[in-house]
Design a protein around this ligand. Structure first.
Ligand SMILES: [Mg+2]
Length: 310
């Protein structure tokens, strides 16, 4: 009889809907108005001129075209034929950022720490930037790991293949091979010209770089972090990233707007509104809804001790 009662409680205890919360970093864990995103765009255009010898008049259009077609500028520039040192690229575009605009965020920190799930960062940015930004926000210890540029694009190709035990998300050290000809490979695909044609006959070149919003980037991340898509909730401020995540079967929350778009299960105007927008995230701690008079404390204890399935 007592056993039956126990089983009844277990069956009715709410099971957490998710195992893991996967967070984008930039403009998701801190707001767009910090000004970093704007500076990054400017720095990318400066890099194009100073390091790749691209005409200043073309950088804006080029940035838009590669970004729209390849997910990140670095992926697009590589696709159309520019070869450069990734570490140098990132230190150029992130090195001068106004990191002082990112302030410690104890409110978000407490929110994150109160969520009983695995929590990971999934960013297209490099490791140095991700760690620096998380430290400025005071969130560096809120996450199990960081999946960043280096994680999905390891320098030594030999380490890419099938090392399933490599769960050290913060990427390995190393430098990309320096281009032999000063940053410009022999043939640059003219993407501006390509899109100027009314009916482009050529195909866009492929990029060797893996980044959001490619489905491959999501699948690799899921594999590396051992995540089950329907048990994972993904947060990002980018609609196309959210839609890619949805295609690979993740639950999705678009951050930075209250307007829910196609592919987004939730819309969260600010990450600080998490509790209002997604109260269900905390409901896993709710005691089993079984009326047993006088056992409130015990049932609470039971719920708290229930491990999150990893
Ligand atoms: Mg973002």
């Amino acid at each position: 009889m007592e056993m039956e009662n126990e089983n009844a409680i277990k069956q009715q205890a709410p099971r957490p809907k998710y195992d893991c919360l996967l967070f984008d970093l930039d403009d998701t864990l801190y707001p767009l108005n910090s000004g970093l995103a704007h500076e990054i765009v400017q720095n990318i255009q400066d890099y194009m001129v100073e390091k790749l010898g691209i005409e200043p008049s073309k950088t804006e259009e080029l940035t838009n075209l590669v970004y729209n077609n390849y997910g990140t500028t670095i992926a697009g520039l590589r696709a159309i034929g520019y070869a450069f040192d990734y570490e140098e690229y990132y230190s150029f575009i992130h090195g001068k950022l106004p990191y002082e605009n990112l302030k410690p965020d104890p409110v978000l920190r407490n929110l994150l720490l109160s969520l009983p799930y695995r929590k990971l960062i999934f960013t297209n940015a490099d490791k140095v930037h991700a760690i620096k930004a998380l430290k400025r926000l005071g969130l560096e210890d809120c996450f199990e790991g960081i999946i960043c540029f280096e994680t999905l694009n390891p320098v030594h190709k030999s380490t890419v293949s099938g090392d399933e035990d490599d769960t050290e998300f913060v990427g390995s050290k190393g430098t990309q091979a320096t281009p032999a000809n000063g940053g410009k490979s022999s043939e640059i695909f003219d993407i501006i010209e390509h899109f100027a044609q009314s009916d482009p006959t050529t195909e866009l070149p492929k990029t060797p770089i893996i980044c959001k919003p490619s489905e491959h980037a999501f699948k690799l991340t899921l594999k590396l972090a051992n995540l089950n898509p329907p048990r994972t909730l993904f947060f990002d401020d980018s609609v196309r990233n959210i839609q890619a995540a949805k295609r690979v079967g993740l639950h999705t929350a678009l951050v930075g707007t209250s307007h829910r778009v196609k592919g987004a299960d939730f819309a969260v105007e600010s990450i600080h509104n998490l509790k209002e927008a997604l109260p269900e995230l905390w409901e896993t701690e709710i005691k089993p809804q079984v009326a047993i008079p006088g056992t409130g404390t015990e049932t609470e204890k039971l719920a708290v001790e229930t491990p999150v399935i990893a």
